[in-house]
Design a protein around this ligand. Structure first.
Ligand code: BES
Ligand code: ZN
Length: 625
């Protein structure tokens, strides 16, 4: 589907042609480059099937340089179009004999970057692009040693999803095209490189690392991390990586990793990626986790010492089926990745830790969905509450809301209730098997659902309402958590009658989600004196648990509770996870005083964040460099 037509004129679009002059084209020729699903690539005419990356990592210059060699399936066309953003293209050759060719780079759009149009022969199947990254390569987070735990070595990691792979590798950056890849990466002495591929577990003296990813993946899943990183095995095909000083704690926090893989396999079929490892990155990592195949990237805020945030790992593992094996064809179908994953994550949690824990997670998510849905509807963004999104002309990251995640998961939970768990599990298992290593649209899913579940069992279901209409349909299932009731009662009594929380209650004897439910019971406002008394007993502000701290800070900001300032400042300067930062900065931005305080902190903290987070916070604070 081509929605956006960009008319480019040859005279404007030749921004770089380096050594080879463009031939056979008069400057007045109008050239139309179509944008389809956030990509300029012409995958319908010619598409990459394998790419080989040969790059060197230079921490002094903060630059990757090298070549990407695309092996392509060519239907007989004269040009191959790639996506590029913030890259410096040096030279392009075609064929294994590397014949130099001409190319043009189109006008750059602030969200999509630019088309790289390479002139090829109808028989060309190999395109070699020599390039270097720049400061505008926003997938890359280059960390000075001070931002690591040891403070001794620099660190680099990439974030490709949704459309950032084009900022570090010239690619046809569209989720519907699957590729295998291989890589040779040269890093400085004493460091190791890891990728979303077959990985080393030890450093070598040469600093050269080779990788292969033999299963076809969409290119947003190509990922790399470079640093002083050590490995520890957990189970048969599972392990963890982190900076050496944190490794023991990581291994303890994720001790159940093998059990998680086993549980996931018992639910929805064989794990098809051979090994499953998790790397805990430095604090700037903008997400809780990212499902890079074979190697989940994770935030260190999960390392709480009490294993209370492992559901994030269950989530990223679940993506090994929903997302990585069966992939959304376009970013408008993002709920197929995330809604299925939240559903699957919850099933893994239930299997390992029981229904009580799984239900608490769901209730917390449901509360967030309610807040998001009403906020969107009140802000005139009701169309963004549809499961099937319309993100054309927008940044696909705008789709990363509770709608895709939680409305998606509740749609599946409601279907499960209608069909019965056994039937639904059989259906899901065959869905993953049928579409493995493929991509599909929402509409493909609907017809599969009709045929293999609804019609088969004669179930009447309001699928279209769930997918194409706003809000959450009336027939959604409801989940309650009796365990939340006790802690919510303490909150209620404290708020209404000033009754102190019983003395024997400590933070440790309730899990993270119970504290979130506790904080949410105050509905955004609490007398600062009461907040102080809670902190004296429970030390929520200094708890070290980022989930609890960020919610407590937001309540504190709205309530004018100033005692949080010191801990909040330290938090904002350390943690780069967008989910925590955005609500805190947004709450601070509401009053002039708080906003100027926030801006002072942001001025210092900004360079510690990944571009994904600073992009969002810039908007919240109206910050310009
Ligand atoms: N794939 C997402 C992260 C993502 C989505 C990155 C869209 C870029 C664009 C990942 O699996 C995710 O959902 N992470 C969540 C984890 C949570 C839902 C358990 C996060 O980071 O908060
Ligand atoms: Zn996810």
């Amino acid at each position: 589907m081509y929605r956006l037509l960009i008319l480019l004129f040859a005279s404007q679009l030749i921004t770089s042609c380096n050594s080879v002059e463009k031939q056979n084209e008069s400057p007045s020729t109008a050239m139309t480059i179509k944008v389809s699903d956030h990509s300029y690539s012409n995958v319908d005419e010619i598409n990459t099937t394998h790419l080989h990356l040969d790059i060197a990592v230079d921490f002094d210059k903060k630059e990757l340089t090298g070549v990407v060699r695309h092996t392509m399936n060519n239907t007989g066309v004269h040009r191959a179009i790639f996506d590029v953003y913030g890259l410096s293209i040096q030279k392009i050759t075609i064929g294994t004999d590397e014949k130099e060719t001409t190319y043009t780079i189109g006008e750059e759009s602030p969200t999509l970057g630019a088309p790289l149009i390479v002139d090829i022969e109808p028989t060309t199947t190999v395109v070699n692009i020599y390039y270097a990254t720049t400061d505008a390569s926003s997938a890359l987070d280059w960390l000075a040693p001070e931002l690591t735990l040891s403070k001794e070595h620099p660190f680099l990691y990439t974030q490709g999803q949704a459309i950032l792979t084009r900022t570090w590798i010239p690619t046809q950056d569209i989720p519907s095209n699957r590729i295998t890849y291989s890589a040779d990466v040269q890093v400085p002495n004493g460091l190791i490189a890891l990728m979303s591929a077959k990985n080393p577990t030890e450093k070598n003296d040469a600093g050269t690392y080779s990788f292969t990813m033999d299963q076809p993946i969409p290119c947003y899943l190509i990922a790399m991390a470079v640093g002083d990183i050590a490995y520890q095995k957990i189970g048969e095909n599972t392990g963890v990586y982190s900076e050496p000083a944190l490794l023991e704690e990581v291994a303890d926090e994720f001790a159940d990793l093998q059990k998680m893989v086993d549980a996931a396999e018992s639910l929805y079929g064989e794990y098809l990626w051979e090994t499953y490892d998790v790397i805990v990155l430095p604090y700037s990592f903008p997400f809780g986790g990212m499902e890079n195949p074979r190697l989940t990237f994770a935030t260190p805020t999960l390392i709480t010492g009490d294993r209370s945030l492992v559901s994030v790992i269950a989530h990223e593992l679940a993506h090994s089926w929903s997302g990585n094996l069966v992939t959304n064809a376009t970013w408008n179908d993002f709920w197929l990745n995330e809604g299925f994953t939240v559903y699957f994550e919850n099933r893994i949690m239930e299997k390992l830790y029981g229904k009580e824990v799984a239900d608490m997670l769901s209730v917390i998510e449901w509360q967030e969905l309610q807040a998001t849905t009403s906020e969107m509807i009140n802000n005139g963004q009701a169309h963004d509450t549809h499961l099937k999104l319309d993100l054309d002309d927008r940044n696909p990251d705008d789709g990363m809301t509770d709608i895709a995640y939680v409305k998606g998961a509740f749609f599946l939970k409601t279907l499960e209730a209608a069909a019965g768990r056994e039937n639904f599990d059989t259906f899901l298992k065959s869905y993953f098997d049928t579409y493995k290593f493929q991509t599909l649209t929402t509409e493909d899913f609907i017809s599969y659902l009709d045929k293999n579940l609804l019609n088969k069992f004669n179930i009447e279901f309001n699928t279209a309402e769930w997918i194409y209409e706003e809000g959450v349909p009336e027939n959604h299932i409801s989940i309650s958590s009796p365990r939340f009731e006790a802690i919510q009662q303490y909150a209620k009594q404290l708020k209404e009658n000033g009754t102190p929380i019983p003395n024997d209650i400590t933070r440790e004897n309730h899990i993270t989600q119970e504290w979130l439910a506790f904080i949410r019971n105050f509905e955004g406002q609490l007398d600062p004196e009461k907040m102080r008394s809670i902190d004296e007993q429970l030390n929520l502000k200094g708890s070290g648990n980022a989930e609890i701290m960020s919610e407590w800070f937001v309540l504190g900001i709205h309530s004018g509770y100033l005692d949080i300032r010191e801990d909040m400042e330290a938090f904002l300067k350390k943690v780069g996870r967008r989910k925590f930062l955005a609500p805190i900065y947004a709450a601070l931005a509401k009053t002039e005083d708080n906003k100027s305080w926030a801006l002072e902190i942001y001025e210092e903290a900004r360079s510690n964040y990944h571009a994904v987070s600073s992009g969002t916070i810039d908007e919240i604070l109206g910050y310009e460099e």
